[in-house]
Design a protein around this ligand. Structure first.
Ligand code: ASP
Length: 340
């Protein structure tokens, strides 16, 4: 395996090349395939400290980063805001500095405001700390590891023996629901388009403004030219049946009540009728098209409970399992880059 990874931090998927995505998938597949009987720990990060700094709540992301770090034999320091000196007014940067002073080299950061992991990375680097920051979800901006595990789940679904980017080329994937408030949707736009998939975005106008049609044209600063020469196209839909016609897979998103109090549709039953994913709705898709959801699910709002109970069709649990090898791959790659 040729490890050409050159990124010091992982803040956004817009900066990744096709080879970077392939490398993450290849490594994740190797880590996934380690048999569950026998010792599961690899020595790759022995003696290194991973700190998980979650300034916003999490179940899946935090735990799977911590499990991934331990499977690579790293030590883990876990920050919990409610029982920390944050409550005494310690700043975010001072909190990160404290973990760096304890020897943490890999900082996994989640925050409710967009840009915080990037600011932590910049400030610590400017102060001469040799650390790598992994964005574990920041505001509406980005959730790289979630989109990578979605990519891995889809690639494994379509090509179980060879889950590469090629498995998604020419496919059509629908992303449905609260696109506006979703960092998962934004990161998925970069990942799926890099694989050459066409993306159908679908939601009511309050949660899917028309400007999303040009999302991929607005490359973030520092990404000019686009590292992916030919991205898949994005199309917007208001009508779910049209959006789902002939798609290969559906990613549905949680209604982000905490970020959307004022804009949220007041009637969740109406929302479910218009945008909820059910067996009947899936009939429009290609035969057997799977459904993904990043969790946590609002049952019978985004997704019917009946579908949720069908692991062949609804890949939510598989996504959760794939979070571990994907995060092992990311920790491994960033740790290796720090050594160079
Ligand atoms: N768990 C994902 C996130 O943190 C999705 C969600 O919460 O809706 O963005």
């Amino acid at each position: 395996m040729n490890n050409h990874w050159s990124h010091r931090h992982l803040l956004d998927l817009a900066v990744l090349t096709q080879q970077d995505f392939e490398l993450v998938l290849e490594l994740a597949e190797r880590f996934r395939a380690i048999p569950s009987q026998g010792p599961r720990r690899l020595p790759a990060l022995q003696g290194r400290l991973v700190a998980t700094l979650f300034f916003e709540t999490s179940t899946r992301t935090r735990n799977s980063f911590e499990i991934a770090a331990r499977r690579l034999s790293a030590d883990v320091a876990s920050f919990a805001p409610a029982s920390s000196a944050l409550m005494k007014g310690e700043s975010l940067l001072d909190t990160a500095l404290t973990y760096a002073a304890m020897g943490a080299e890999l900082l996994v950061v989640r925050h409710g405001s967009s840009g915080v992991p990037g600011a932590v990375a910049r400030d610590l680097e400017a102060m001469g700390h040799r650390v790598a920051v992994l964005n574990a979800g920041d505001g509406l901006h980005s959730h790289p590891s979630q989109a990578l595990l979605d990519l891995f789940t889809l690639a494994r679904h379509f090509a179980p023996r060879q889950p590469t980017m090629q498995a998604l080329a020419g496919r059509t994937i629908a992303i449905v629901g609260d696109i506006l408030h979703s960092r998962v949707a934004r990161s998925n736009l970069w990942a799926l388009s890099a694989a050459g998939a066409t993306i159908h975005l679908c939601g009511p106008s309050a949660l899917l403004p028309g400007c999303f049609a040009d999302f991929l044209a607005a490359m973030p600063p520092g990404c000019n030219p686009d590292p992916i020469p030919h991205r898949g196209a994005v199309h917007l839909f208001r009508n779910l049946d049209e959006a789902l016609t002939d798609v290969d897979a559906v990613i549905t998103l949680r209604l982000q009540k905490e970020r959307a109090q004022r804009h949220l549709l007041t009637n969740l039953e109406d929302y479910h009728r218009a945008y909820g994913i059910t067996h009947a709705r899936l009939e429009r898709c290609r035969a057997g098209a799977p459904v993904l959801h990043p969790g946590p699910v609002n049952r019978d709002v985004e997704l019917s409970s009946r579908l949720l109970a069908e692991p062949q069709r609804c890949l939510v649990n598989r996504q959760v399992s794939h979070g571990i090898p994907i995060r092992m791959a990311l920790l491994y790659l960033l740790a290796t880059t720090l050594e160079r």
